[in-house]
Design a binder for this molecule. Sequence first.
Ligand code: XMP
Length: 518
Amino acid sequence: MTNKLYKQKILILDFGSQYTQLIARRVREAQVYCEIHPFHMEVEEIKSFAPKGIILSGGPASIFDQDAPLAEKEVLELGVPVLGICYGMQFLTQMRGGAVTKALDREYGNAQISILDHRDIFSGVGTEGDETVWMSHGDRIEEMPEGFESLASSKNSPVAAMADRERRLFGVQFHPEVAHTPSGTRILKNFLFHVCGCEPSWTMSSFVRRTVKSLRETVGNERVICGLSGGVDSSVTAVLLYRAIGENLSCIFVDNGLLRRGEAEEVIDLFKGHYGVDFHLVDASEHFLERLKGVVDPEKKRKIIGHEFIAVFEKKAKELGKARYLAQGTLYPDVIESVSFKGPSATIKSHHNVGGLPETMNLKLIEPLRELFKDEVRQVGMELELPRELVMRQPFPGPGLAVRILGEITRERLEILRFADIIVQDEIRSAGFYEKVWQSFAVLLPIRTVGVMGDERTYENVVAVRVVDSLDAMTADWSRIPYEVMARISNRIINSVKGVNRVVYDISSKPPSTIEWE
Ligand code: XMP
């Protein structure tokens, strides 16, 4: 995975902190390329990775735990600058012969630190007085290792930051990567630019340039097949490949009959109409709906859809003839999940619809976005001049509207949901929330309720509206969108969608609920 294309790289060793990905985000935002690897990465591997600097993440363990995660000691002896964060600092202390003790109280939350030395990592930080930082630790540095000096102190941590300038080893007890540490970004940038000597050269235009070149070299004159879903990841993957190999790319778009209104047309217009890609639409909607007839169990629905998708895709790909590669829009969080702290046993999320295909079809996998975070993929999309609506599109589940129609899926119910859904989209967009929230959509419930319309009693369907805020879909909270927006959504749905007489708003967070209803 180590990418040789980038000259200036930061290595982040993961000790299991919930914030490790955030560290990577901050480094990338500073336009420096970085990768997260497990704490036990071997020294030889680190050497060949050739980082300009190493960041040791925090972690939930205590250095006193019997099975505390330990990196190899030589990591600190490579002559490469190191920044240890929280647990990473305690590890550094222990390894260099200092002393860590259990703090009397676990320190959690905002703390004030006083900066004693305004050079390198604290250059320009805390010159006006104390700095607010985010702490979360149960151990603290009792005695610094030889060669270290204290750079900052707080009430509970006499050594809130320390450095061995000669060896360029740094430690901070707090978390500079979280937003609760206002000067955190500055501190990290100081480490990257002043200590490690990096330059801000990781930009999406450089990514596009390098990736296009390397795709050309890898693929040569072979054919690549790419499944399009209408989502951001597969679209960006396809356009990137198209730029690299042009007519040697074939795209397959399967209409499973479970798409939102207008979705298939948009994809066709863009890829076939605008780009002129070798584009193949497979309209399998009849087939999918037939197979889903009478099915109400959510897992069954998902299985049928996944299975049918692979069958349809494979058939089409075979028809197209000789291909050597299958392109997939895997992103970095999926990659990290499979290699990070938890070890290689954790599998890559199988939400990519083409999972399993490369083996059965004997195709090699190409994943040009596997080093990128979602917002970087969006920037690449902008760079490639994809339409903003597509680039900023909210996630949409592979099984489509099937998991938003509770109970049986029929054409009639699909039409009801499509109409309600378009109203939710429209109102959320015009209220300026579409790009602020993670997802916003309608769900059709399998119950009917009594209502009154004019003088008539009605007995119709209920639509639930789900709008959530989230950073990564692992956790989510329901969005506090204004009542007026909810009112407009509700009025429009009830007045114009035939068959709906009640709208409810979902106020559950994840966990314990999930974002989708099935
Ligand atoms: P849940 O409902 O598990 O969803 O909280 C988390 C995120 O994943 C999306 N999702 C899916 N995406 N195939 C996908 O490509 C799926 O089967 C699938 N199920 C859920 C969901 O929309 C949310 O963003």
